[in-house]
Design a protein around this ligand. Structure first.
Ligand code: FAD
Length: 489
């Protein structure tokens, strides 16, 4: 069994360039996940001097660990938006998702991208009788939008289900083949992509932004923050607006089927299939807030057991996390006022295939001074529904609770003999032993000071507050932390 994402096995990323001098740009895109690459792709024909920079390798963030369903049936999103805002907002969101799906398919066809795109049906289902009425509410909303919906009572393909709603014209694909194809198209259009180069700081000087890496300086008129979780706290104050959800995923050999499915609410189960030389069933479960269920050994073992219950033997296993917004709408656009040239695309509520595509289009339209009909819907400065106020308080409370609980239980009891956390002169030092070697790290996350937990399966130190990750040597492999945690005596 490989502890890695199926999409990143046999990695096809080549053509890697490092930044080797100071540069002056019109636009700097920070982050080469689907948001950054979609944005660069939309700007590839402009005369602007543009570069994309990634702290790691493009596609190796959340986008490389997704399940890669391209669908507008997103749990019960339309009734949630109707409740929080209005039917009009729900309908506009639906239209945005349909436009994104059609446009993704169009780009794949136009650019002749081989990314295992396949049209499948999507189900949202439940095993709980009391939940049926909620799914039927979603059915009625979708019907009122003119969508052809189907109902199914009883099991789906042997999977325990009481009631399901099905729609057609949704897709699955290989997200990384798609992303790398767009990367290569952008490179051919002479747009620059720098990898393994982290932005450590952004400052504004007159009308320009100055971004610094460990060695160089990038000056740009406009900055696109496509870095998933913003790595700075101000001015966006992300911890107040977002929560982070983690999930665990397996890929196991199984006969290919033309459907994908997801439960209407927690406890989440999500399935899709993938066919290349071999055929796989991709199974996601155990979703929870990142600050809950900190025993990663248990989380992975639990996933393996659940995968076995489906009569599957996992070949790949990994975890991933995504940002949830309090009002269920992504944040895409300017993060301050009209004249501000700091743009963001994030908080896709685990539906990032469509929403990162929309982000790429909206952000590039703003840069090119073009009108985009979805700009207001996703505007980070949008007036929030009053009904979200209690949700903000709930969010802040649960984030704070997670932070405090985590601090109080620093030396986790479930670690094996290879892992220890020791208080050395007031600092909590994580010690991991492997093959007679000892690796020491400082377990205080450099981002906002949360206590890191050790993930023995993937051999990483993980932040249970904002999802930064570090390898056993202390190197930061995922933000928002900008810094490593290696400990030197
Ligand atoms: C378990 C799971 C399953 C999912 N399944 C689906 C699905 O089936 N369908 C769907 O639509 N969506 C799905 N999603 C959501 C989707 O995968 C994400 O919303 C989307 O991939 C986010 O893309 P991104 O470009 O914003 O982030 P990322 O892919 O994380 O890209 C951000 C990039 O920024 C870089 N970066 C960060 N900080 C810096 C810095 N300081 N300097 C330079 N670079 C930096 C990182 O290295 C990274 O490469 C899922 C999410 C999860 C967690």
């Amino acid at each position: 069994m490989k502890y890695k994402s199926i999409w990143l096995d046999n990695d096809l990323n080549d053509n890697i360039t490092l930044l080797d001098k100071d540069i002056d740009l019109d636009v700097l895109i920070i982050g080469g996940g689907l948001t950054g690459i979609n944005t660069l792709y939309n700007l590839k024909d402009s005369d602007l001097n543009i570069a994309l920079i990634d702290a790691s390798l493009v596609g190796h963030g959340v986008s490389g660990h997704t399940t890669g369903k391209i669908t507008y049936l997103q749990e019960l999103i339309y009734q949630d938006l109707e409740k929080l805002y209005s039917k009009n907002v729900a309908k506009k969101y639906y239209q945005s998702q349909i436009d994104a799906i059609n446009n993704i398919v169009e780009v794949i066809k136009k650019e002749k991208i081989k990314c295992n795109l396949d049209k499948v049906s999507s189900f949202v289902f439940t095993t709980n009788k009391d939940e049926i009425k909620n799914i039927q509410k979603e059915r009625d909303i979708l019907k009122s939008f003119g969508v052809k919906v189907y109902e199914q009572f009883g099991n789906i393909d042997g999977l325990n289900s009481t009631y399901a709603l099905k729609v057609d014209d949704t897709y699955v694909f290989h997200p990384i083949k798609y992303l790398y194809a767009l990367k290569n198209i952008c490179l051919k259009s002479n747009k620059k992509i720098y990898e393994n180069t982290k932005i450590l700081n952004i400052e504004k000087e007159n009308d320009k932004y100055i971004c610094t890496t460990d060695k160089y300086k990038i000056t740009a008129n406009k900055i696109v923050l496509a870095c998933h979780y913003p790595f700075f706290t101000f001015p966006f104050i992300a911890p107040l607006k977002f929560s982070i959800e983690k999930s665990y995923i397996t890929a196991s050999k199984a006969k290919y089927q033309k459907y994908s499915l997801i439960t209407s609410k927690n406890p989440t189960k999500s399935i899709r299939f993938y066919k290349d030389k071999d055929e796989y069933k991709i199974f996601l479960t155990n979703s929870s807030k990142i600050c809950n269920n900190l025993n990663e050994e248990n989380n992975f073992n639990n996933l393996i057991n659940k995968t076995h219950c489906l009569n599957l033997s996992p070949e790949y296993i990994w975890k991933n996390d995504d940002i949830l917004s309090v009002d269920k709408l992504p944040y895409i656009g300017r993060i301050q006022n009209e004249n501000n040239n700091l743009l963001i695309g994030t908080a896709y509520n685990t539906w990032g295939m469509t929403n990162s595509f929309l982000a790429g289009k909206i952000i590039s339209d703003i840069i090119l001074n073009k009108h985009n009909k979805y700009e207001n819907l996703f505007d980070p400065l949008r007036q929030k529904s009053l009904l979200t106020i209690p949700k903000y308080s709930e969010n802040i409370y649960s984030n704070m609770k997670g932070y405090v609980e985590n601090k109080l239980s620093r030396n986790k009891k479930w670690y094996s003999n290879n892992v220890e956390i020791k208080n050395i002169n007031g600092e909590y030092i994580g010690i991991y032993k492997e093959n007679n070697k000892i690796y020491k790290v400082n377990t205080k996350c450099p981002h906002l000071g949360c206590s890191l937990i050790f993930n023995e399966k993937e051999k990483t130190w993980d932040c249970p507050c904002h999802a930064s990750r570090f390898d056993i040597t202390g190197k930061c492999i995922k933000g928002p932390s900008k810094y490593d945690i290696s400990y030197k005596e």
